[in-house]
Design a protein around this ligand. Structure first.
Ligand code: ADP
Length: 256
């Protein structure tokens, strides 16, 4: 059962009376469970063939290269790139299933924070020729935490910053911290996000649509997954954005 209540207020905004009702949400919960099940099974089944197609494509590309057939090799490289996009989408769907079934695991190791950030920048920069990721890094300590998951969030924010700033080339990543906390921010000078949508973008499958000059591909899962990861790591994630000017996404993590 869920209680839905509406407050009746006077002219000064004080609550005079509550109206409430109990709603049976058994059906809703059941539907949600079925949706999660479907997502889990579908994304799992999609993953296997995509992985094997990728392997075949890579072998074929190598064969064409060896034979000196650059034209066909390039075609296959493009195909490989699209397969990567597909498998990233499938990976996101699998993550959502993990989150909704409480199976998102957190690992722990000791690593150099700065080195991890540098690795991520290098990886993202490699596939992005039109943007330059500038560094403003002021946290150089060893930390204990889930390196993979933290990388995942930073990659997400960086790829979004690139994707949603088609007319700007500058991205700035900054880090700062002390003994108890580290904060990472990714700033872009792109399309920005309207105030009333800034809370909603962290919701599952939520995407901003509007009369925009560009269309951006995506499922609306990256920020949801990122915020769930940050939550699991006991941190916070937020955005500061002005429509038409750009956005700064930040997250902070406690250190102990
Ligand atoms: P996706 O990019 O697949 O839509 P996300 O969860 O990463 O999914 O983002 C949700 C929405 O938030 C996007 O559809 C976009 O409208 C908005 N958004 C995310 N990052 C940015 C950004 N850096 N600049 C402007 N809008 C953004």
């Amino acid at each position: 059962w869920m209680v839905r209540a509406i407050a009746l207020k006077d002219d000064n905004g004080h609550i005079i009376k509550w109206y409430g009702s109990n709603i049976d949400i058994t059906d809703q919960k059941e539907l949600e469970k079925q949706k999660d099940n479907f997502l889990g099974v579908a994304s799992h089944e999609l993953k296997t063939p995509v992985t094997s197609i990728k392997a075949y494509v890579q072998v074929m590309e190598m064969m064409f290269r060896r034979a000196g057939d650059t034209k066909n090799a390039e075609l296959l490289a493009k195909m490989d790139h699209q397969i990567n996009r597909l498998s990233n989408l499938i990976a996101d769907l699998l993550e959502v299933t993990k989150i909704s079934t409480g199976r998102l695991q957190v690992a722990s190791s000791v690593f150099s924070f700065n080195q991890m950030v540098e690795e991520v920048i290098e990886e993202v920069q490699r596939t992005s020729v039109n943007h330059e990721i500038q560094r403003n890094l002021h946290f150089d300590k060893e930390i204990t935490g889930d390196k993979e998951r933290i990388c995942q969030v930073i990659i997400n924010l960086l790829t979004n910053a690139i994707k949603y700033s088609p007319d700007a080339s500058r991205i700035i990543i900054s880090t700062e911290g002390n003994d108890s906390e580290v904060k990472i921010c990714v700033q872009d000078f792109g399309i920005g996000i309207r105030k009333d949508q800034q809370e909603r973008i962290f919701e599952q499958f939520y995407r901003v649509n509007g009369n925009r000059e560009y269309t951006f591909p995506g499922l609306g899962l990256g920020l949801y997954i990122s915020s769930e990861i940050v939550k699991h790591l006991n941190g916070r994630i937020w955005v500061d954005s002005v429509e038409g000017k750009g956005s700064t996404f930040c997250f902070s993590l406690p250190l102990n």
